[in-house]
Design a protein around this ligand. Structure first.
Ligand code: TXA
Ligand code: MG
Length: 324
């Protein structure tokens, strides 16, 4: 196939999706690899292109909160309140599925993950298409999620006809996932919307993850790993450790503070801004740049554990986990 074309032409995305094609789609979290969620063949192609094992559920993206009732069989009050407070936005609700949802989307589970994304181009496409979109993150299985159209092009450009360019993602990390299919709401993946936010803005008490539940990608310890090894360092230890490691390996550093002038020039530095939100937004792009420049080891600081900083810490810890 000829390489994907990138542009901001959302009508082209609609035409391709309606024809059963798979396209790169911007959302406020990360780019998705999207297909018509009611077209089983198209969804199957998403799995094939990603190299994702079947049996791993994908999120169904919807264009309106009313779609909750179409694709979920039962919508508990807590789900209504969360959707009212946070949709459109970076929150995925796992609910008992309705009969309209194809098996291939849910990986055979009796639940479905639903999310109404906030990116204006994603919403435009959903509304024009009039169908939900099945979309995992648009990276090859096991790689870091894409937060720019060029990332999608670099990973999957040869396999898809089009990437809709919506600019750099605002959040930069995947959505918060809350499982509402059990007795009590439970966090399955931390994201920008925190347990605290859900309590404050929706009055819904969400329990921390218990590690039980289907083994799905994203809950594997090393799912968010770049090619380089990653090591997490407390702020004050960063530069001494960097000087040491730089003598041994091609080193990359992710920091939030000023860079000392006497650092060896071979060290690749990504300075990501002061807040946890800054770090979260640019983290995946920074990891990709360091990979592209051949970093063998990346030393990273951790942001403060508040807001989306909690999710950034989760992804960094997964990236730093031992790999097999
Ligand atoms: O921000 C996001 O959520 C992005 C954008 C594109 O929307 N999507 C994303 O998709 O991160 P993906 O496939 O890379 O991760 C979605 C995760 C799965 O790994 C799985 O853990 C969870 O969502 N998931 C989906 N359906 C589920 C279900 N029925 N039950 C439990 N977990 C589910
Ligand atoms: Mg993913």
């Amino acid at each position: 196939m000829t390489p994907a074309r990138i542009s901001g032409d959302s009508n082209r995305a609609v035409i391709l999706l309606a024809a059963g094609e798979v396209v790169g789609l911007p959302t406020e979290t990360v780019y998705g690899l999207a297909a018509d969620g009611l077209n089983e063949d198209a969804v199957r192609r998403v799995f094939a292109i990603k190299g994702r094992p079947t049996g791993h559920p994908v999120i169904l993206h919807v264009g309106s909160p009313a779609d909750l009732h179409r694709y979920a069989e039962r919508v508990p009050e807590a789900a209504e309140r969360l959707a009212r407070a946070f949709w459109p936005g970076p929150l995925t609700l796992v609910l008992k599925r309705s009969a309209l949802v194809p098996d291939v989307v849910t990986g055979g589970l009796d639940t479905v993950g639903l999310r109404m994304p906030a990116h204006p181009l994603a919403l435009h496409v959903l509304r024009r298409l009039g169908r939900p979109l099945a979309a995992p993150s648009a990276n090859r299985f096991g790689k870091v999620s894409p937060t720019r159209a060029e990332h999608v092009q670099a990973d999957l450009g040869g396999d898809i006809p089009f990437v809709l360019d919506g600019g750099p993602c605002e959040v930069g990390l995947e959505s918060t996932i809350v499982d509402l299919s059990g007795e009590r709401p439970r966090l399955r993946r931390p994201g920008k919307i925190t347990i605290e936010d859900m309590w404050r803005d929706a009055g819904v008490a969400v329990e921390a993850d218990d590690g039980v539940g289907p083994a799905v990608p994203g809950s594997l310890p090393t799912h968010y790993a770049p090619r380089a090894a990653v090591s997490l360092v407390a702020g004050p230890d960063l530069w001494p450790r960097a000087r040491q490691e730089a003598q041994r390996v091609k080193l990359g550093v992710i920091c939030q503070s000023e860079v000392p002038t006497d650092l060896p020039p071979s060290v690749l530095v990504e300075r990501l801004g002061q807040t946890g939100a800054d770090l979260a937004r640019d983290l995946y792009a920074a990891l990709r740049r360091l990979d592209d420049q051949g970093a063998e080891l990346v030393l990273s600081v951790l942001p403060e554990a508040v807001g989306v900083g909690i999710a950034a810490i989760d992804r960094l810890e997964r990236a730093a986990a031992p790999r097999d």
